[in-house]
Design a protein. Structure first.
Length: 52
């Protein structure tokens, strides 16, 4: 029973690590392709507009 649970948890952990690594690679490649998108300010609400 515990070996089966351990196997399932190992698969889950490896899957989460793989998804995180894939997302990081995708964001890095997207940043290289479209750098101007990431130059925009992340928060441009009314509070920030008064600080300019």
């Amino acid at each position: 029973m515990l070996k089966k649970l351990n196997g399932v948890l190992n698969i889950l952990i490896i899957s989460l690590i793989g998804a995180f690594a894939g997302h990081v690679i995708y964001v890095c490649l997207d940043y290289r392709t479209h750098p101007k998108v990431y130059d925009m300010q992340s928060h441009s609400g009314p509070a920030c507009s008064s600080l300019r």
